[in-house]
Design a binder for this molecule. Sequence first.
Ligand code: 1CP
Length: 343
Amino acid sequence: MTETKTLLAALKGEAQAVPPVWMMRQAGRYLPEYRETRARAGSFLELCYAPELAAEVTLQPIRRYGFDAAILFADILLVPQALGADLWFVTGEGPRLSTIESAADMARLRPAAEVHETLAPVYETLRILKGALPAETTLIGFAGAPWTVATYMIAGRGTPDQAPARRLMYGQPEVFDALIDRITEATAEYLIAQVDAGAEVVKLFDSWAGALPGPMFRRYCIEPALRILARLHEAHPGVPVIGFPRGAGGNYATYARETGVEGLALDTSVDPAWAARELSPLACLQGNLDPLLMVLGGDPLERGTRTLLEAFAGKPYIFNLGHGITPDADPAHVEQMLKVIRG
Ligand code: 1CP
């Protein structure tokens, strides 16, 4: 059967004449309709746990722009919450969680198999989306990778350099390893259930992979990914995975080779010419337009978009940004970018 969804075809290694395109954080604050629905939900977290409204914001950028993929509206921090951590968002600042600093804190977490009760509304969102998306649109599920999720659970917030997590990793390795194991198991459970509910691709966000010390990259980025993929593929053979080891630099190649992910999401720092030469033989590449260009628009946006189209022409490729679109982006610039890609 020929694949009618261009994003799935690209992930199978088939170059598309016009690359499929979507954007990280495409359902977000730069869209007035998102801000309206979020206000209706009450808060960001209430929006994540309200299946009808979460499906609505997932669909908004599809209706407006006709992206080739819809990404489930949720957050990587729902897994810590499902494991029993307290989670709240401080307006204008970001997430806050109860912290993991000792074996006693670990002992208070729930077993990985018990995350589903909290996460059930997310599965319901996927079931709604499965019935509501256009036939050509691919539905992407996702989770945070264990290291990245652990950085938030340990520090209780976002930090610039992940020092609290690195401190625990060196100072109390048995506590740190137990946490990584727990998140790994919970993430496998979560992603399997997302595919059960209708996700066609899953993306693993290791947004802080670049903060791992080099000697730890294999152990805490690659190995947990391998364990998650093994369990996922046992339950759902052949479901494609996009890995995003953001900031991994030269380790991007190691990650692609050793995990065998079908899709490799490039962060903004990766040189497209290098990626086309060194990484393209290993996976379908996705990325990596500078999100700032969605704020600027004009000639810089057009040049940036063309640079990527030329670098990845004739190769399996998914157009995307190198990180999430920011709240100050102009929705008209998304149209400008799509016009350059689709002609
Ligand atoms: O105010 C708001 O409306 C909240 C902003 C927001 C949004 C729109 C947050 C808070 N999360 C999300 C949705 C979200 N988060 C999605 C939905 C799908 C889409 O892309 O459209 C996804 C995939 C995520 C994933 C996520 N959450 C990541 C990994 C991707 C990345 O950006 O590197 C991370 C690190 C988070 C944590 C998080 N959630 C929200 C914020 C502001 C943050 C970052 C906090 C920090 O590090 O300080």
